[in-house]
Design a protein. Structure first.
Length: 179
């Protein structure tokens, strides 16, 4: 006997990085979903020194992106015993995961849940977690945290970038989540 259990996730768009300065999702975000899930897999960057993946929102389909009103906080726990946290208030982007590696054999993986994107009466919230291999001290690093944009205008596009360098490779998938 087989059961056809519907998935709560609907794939809306997939992007592949190849020396990409940004990865943008300019379609698929609509009032059809209250929650969105973005899966980043095997992300490799061009810069050394552990740059950060950053996220911004657009209210005009990606013609421009909001550059204020963001806050974030995240915690870093490493297998080498290193633990720390970082945050930002009233900044120009949400810092998602840092210490991104530029080695193709140790791609970074990140899961993000985005809430209230199309709700014009609430701020936009993000929860994320990621796994990074830090080649500076050969430790596995778990990043987890959250962020928001305090604006209430409906968001209809999102964009990822690196704090330095670009995305050498990796995949980005946007899903709508049925509640």
């Amino acid at each position: 006997m087989s059961y056809n259990i519907p998935s709560p996730y609907t794939l809306l768009s997939s992007k592949s990085a190849s020396s990409s300065t940004t990865i943008s999702f300019t379609s698929g975000i609509s009032t059809n979903f209250l929650v969105y899930y973005v899966k980043l897999r095997n992300i490799v960057c061009s810069a050394s020194g552990g740059p950060t993946i950053q996220l911004v929102f657009s209210t005009n389909g990606g013609s421009s992106y909001l550059n204020s009103g963001y806050s974030y906080a995240y915690k870093i726990s490493a297998s080498g015993g290193f633990n720390s946290g970082t945050n930002g208030t009233a900044v120009s982007q949400i810092n998602v995961v840092d210490n991104i590696n530029n080695s193709s054999s140790t791609g970074t993986n990140v899961n993000l849940y985005l809430y209230n994107l199309t709700d014009s009466s609430r701020q936009k919230n993000v929860f994320y977690n990621g796994v990074v291999f830090d080649d500076t001290d050969s430790s596995l690093v778990l990043d987890y945290g959250g962020g928001c944009n305090t604006g209430t205008t409906a968001v209809n596009a999102i964009q990822f970038s690196m704090s330095s360098g670009n995305f050498t490779s990796g995949s980005f998938d946007l899903y709508g989540v049925t509640e």
